[in-house]
Design a binder for this molecule. Structure first.
Ligand code: URP
Ligand code: ZN
Ligand code: ZN
Length: 463
């Protein structure tokens, strides 16, 4: 099967030009002007952008958490991803107690096998760091194709500083990368106790219980461990100006510190927790939404390069029967997380590119190219000959009002309800196969469950 996409605006992380893309089978064979290949299908992309498929490196699909399980499984989550222009996910695979990294990976690969609609990889989440697990890091990086490891500095399954040092030391040897959820456990505990004593248990208090200093301290501590070990670290879902300033300072010092933020921290502020009734629970996630000045600082960090990646932290729980069932009487019991896998590209284009906060090239860089490089997805992240034909033909003028009923995520709300989008995916390809298409007034899935493959990732090669 071959495909020739003609006359689109090809966007890379370094530039843009009107041109053609020729796809043979699963790969991009040629990129250029006026390509004359014979093809089974020819698409006129005039007036549209040709973008590399988005890579979301922060998802929680069918993840047991806080007494429940995230609502999207590998089928619904990756169908929604495809409809949003995401063609690869790197999902968190949190270890069960006593489980080896190998078994942990095989378990989640098994869940994905017949369901996953786009390519995927896994980050092992280390919560039971026995000596055997530390020894297995080498194989995970060099054999299993999973060179990044998630750790938490907060929650009951957090790791201590000693473990963090061991993991940094071990990953450094083989080209691994530790990803950190950076919040100080004891600051949150202290705040929870104060709020409980005052009987302040409504959703708004979630934000008060996790102040920016909790993130600032943990980011700062993680950075010190990198300085100590000479290793590298990737901070997930950075939410605050203070956390960002620590990242910037460390990067200016030449340390290998990388950080992602998410659309929710760029676009939604902590006023959301004051929505009437129990509505604030929709935004209960960790770290929490912040005040406006933080949002502005994160956009600046994204533009200047202090932040390298935008991911979703897709962790969907229903509002009715999920958030409210567990946490009606106490914000601490509200399952933490929000849906976002399908709205990533449209939000970053509308709020970032159309509003002039970042360039189109920068959008491609933080959604695809940087992500592929940092996480060792060597066949992904660019429109270039030899890469997988993961392509979004994007209609920059298409209008769409975000509403839950027109999205595919298996959850009963979106935090972005009613927001007006400018620019939507028109056609989405995963390794040369069409997986989504704009139809009438929304994007529809046109792919096939089970099409997605597990992608082995390469060790970190510098960034
Ligand atoms: O609130 C969040 N972010 N839930 C998902 C788990 C995590 O900490 O990333
Ligand atoms: Zn987290
Ligand atoms: Zn997360």
């Amino acid at each position: 099967m071959s495909l020739l996409i003609k006359n689109g605006l090809i966007v890379t992380s370094t530039g843009r030009f009107i041109g053609d893309v020729y796809v043979e089978g699963e790969k991009i064979k040629a990129v250029g002007s006026d390509l004359r290949y014979k093809a089974d299908e020819i698409i006129d992309a005039a007036g549209r952008y040709i973008l590399p498929g988005v890579i979301d490196p922060h998802t929680h699909l069918e993840m047991p958490f806080m007494g429940t399980t995230t609502k999207d499984d590998y089928k619904t989550g990756t169908i929604a991803a495809a409809c949003g222009g995401v063609t690869t996910v790197v999902d968190f695979d949190i270890q069960n107690k006593g489980e080896s990294i190998y078994d942990c990976l095989e378990r989640k690969k098994g869940w994905a096998k017949d369901k996953v609609a786009i390519d995927f990889s896994l980050h092992p989440g280390i919560v039971d760091p026995t000596p055997e697990i530390i020894d297995e890091i080498k194989d995970a990086v060099l054999e299993y194709g999973t060179p990044s490891f998630k750790i938490f500095m907060v929650y009951d399954f957090r790791v201590d500083d000693e473990t963090m040092i061991k993991l940094l030391k071990e990953t450094k040897k083989y080209g691994g990368l530790v990803q950190v959820h950076a919040e100080n456990y004891y600051i949150v505990k202290y705040m929870n106790e104060i709020l409980a004593a005052e009987n302040k248990l409504e959703p708004y208090n979630h934000a008060l219980s996790r102040p920016v200093i909790a993130e600032e301290e943990a980011v700062s501590r993680a950075i010190k461990m990198v300085e100590l070990t000479g290793s590298r670290i990737y901070i997930v879902h950075l939410s605050s100006m203070r956390g960002l300033s620590k990242v910037k300072e460390a990067r200016d010092q030449g340390l290998d510190i990388f950080a992602e933020t998410c659309p929710q921290y760029l676009l939604l502020d902590d006023e959301r927790y004051k929505e009437p009734g129990f509505n604030g629970a929709k935004y209960v996630m960790s770290p929490p939404l912040r005040s406006r000045e933080n949002l502005t600082a994160l956009w600046t960090g994204l533009r200047t390069g202090d932040l390298q990646v935008v991911a979703t932290d897709h962790a969907p729980f229903d509002f009715n029967g999920g958030k409210d069932m567990f946490g009606k009487d106490d914000y601490k019991k509200i399952p933490n997380g929000a849906p976002g896998i399908e709205t990533l590209l449209m939000l970053l284009h509308t709020e970032g590119v159309v509003k002039g906060r970042i360039s189109l090239e920068r959008m491609v860089e933080v959604l695809s190219t940087n992500t592929a490089r940092i996480f060792g997805l060597e066949s992904k992240g660019e429109i270039a000959a030899g890469k997988d034909a993961d392509i979004v033909i994007f209609d920059p003028d298409r209008k769409f009002t975000i509403t839950q009923s027109k999205l595919h995520m298996n959850v009963d709300y979106t935090p972005y309800e009613g927001m007006e989008m400018r620019g939507m995916p028109y056609l989405v390809y995963s390794r040369g196969r069409q997986v989504a298409k704009w139809q009438d007034d929304h994007v529809e899935f046109t792919g096939q469950e089970g099409w997605g493959k597990f992608v082995k990732r390469a060790p970190f090669k510098g960034f």
